[in-house]
Design a binder for this molecule. Sequence first.
Ligand code: NAD
Ligand code: MG
Length: 376
Amino acid sequence: MGSTGSIGTQALEVVEEHTNQFQVEVLTANSNADLLIQQAIKFKPNAVVIVDETKYQQVADVLWEHDIKTYKGEEALAQVVEMESVDVVLTALVGYAGLLPTINAIKAKKAIALANKETLVVAGELITKLARENGVAILPVDSEHGAIFECLVGEHQNKIEKIYLTASGGPFRGKTKEELKSITKEQALKHPNWDMGAKITIDSATLMNKGLEVIEAKWLFNLQPDQIDVIVHPQSIVHSLVQFEDGSMKAQMGLPNMKHPIQYALSFPFRFSSKSPRFNFMDYPELTFEAPDKITFKNLSLAYEAMEKGGNLACILNAANEVAVAAFLNDQIGFLDIATINQKCMEQVTFIKNPAYEDYVSTDAKTRELANSLIR
Ligand code: NAD
Ligand code: MG
């Protein structure tokens, strides 16, 4: 899901390097019909879904000649994951849109390679419970969580004392609030170490991404809030660390390259070969670590608050942030307004302690409405 995006295209590169191991069954995209068509002709899936219905005819006209089924719309996206021939669903679409297809995939007992962190942020409790009930594995694709996952191999009898999620600090590390006021989207879209989709790149600049990852880690590894720490590591070589009860720490390292966690999630428990460039110590004589600035980058504190209070608060934070980031990318609000809108929505949308699926849907809708009115 999301084959035309940053993760999706890199996942297809992984597949291309291991054609004897993987077969693409379904590809889905929001609206990039041209790339979806190219990918489908090359990887010959059973079916494709284009969510944007205005692009359907263009895709269908080309792919019927190649004997590839074409579907359109959100409903098809949510259903196509249930196809019998599918073993693993890679959730590489962005935002809340991943929730329903992921739920359906778990119910259909498909393993989940999870890039779409928003799904776990919105409804982590529901998703992890459903996965346990269905005996379905959720394999992390996010690099930090993939790192922790690798550190935990062989440790299933041992308790985690704490984890450290590393953060690059983004392009504005060390900047003051005053300096951040006038940041443009062009500046925010330039990440120092990673080339990613627009939404996550802005989230990295505001530290929202690390906040979402803290919540993602809580659900993936069943941790309490005080067991999750964030440490800024500008070189992005140590991808995260686990500390065990004897005080020993394990880290997973390597050059920043999303193809690694994508491939490991798909090859686990095996390691497949990779031609990607190797780390050279002489290129990195210093690896440095510092505390995150949670006061200037308020989103990280908001995420901790949402995680500690639980209920639908993280769903509120996620919806507010999706709307605010889109507005920032649309030149409607300033860089610092993103966190302000997030905070206001967390204060104003009704808190629900034990939300069911329908409560997440209504919370998401109500929060989007409020965030949009704050922007206007
Ligand atoms: P992207 O914007 O590059 O790609 C998003 C993909 O999802 C595209 O194929 C698009 O067509 C599809 N899509 C977008 N909106 C959709 C909708 N409403 N319904 C259906 N499909 C939709 O994003 P990305 O950077 O590849 O990120 C994808 C997910 O992976 C995000 O949740 C992100 O947080 C996570 N992630 C990305 C990276 C990275 O390096 N890019 C790293 C870690 C985690
Ligand atoms: Mg990450």
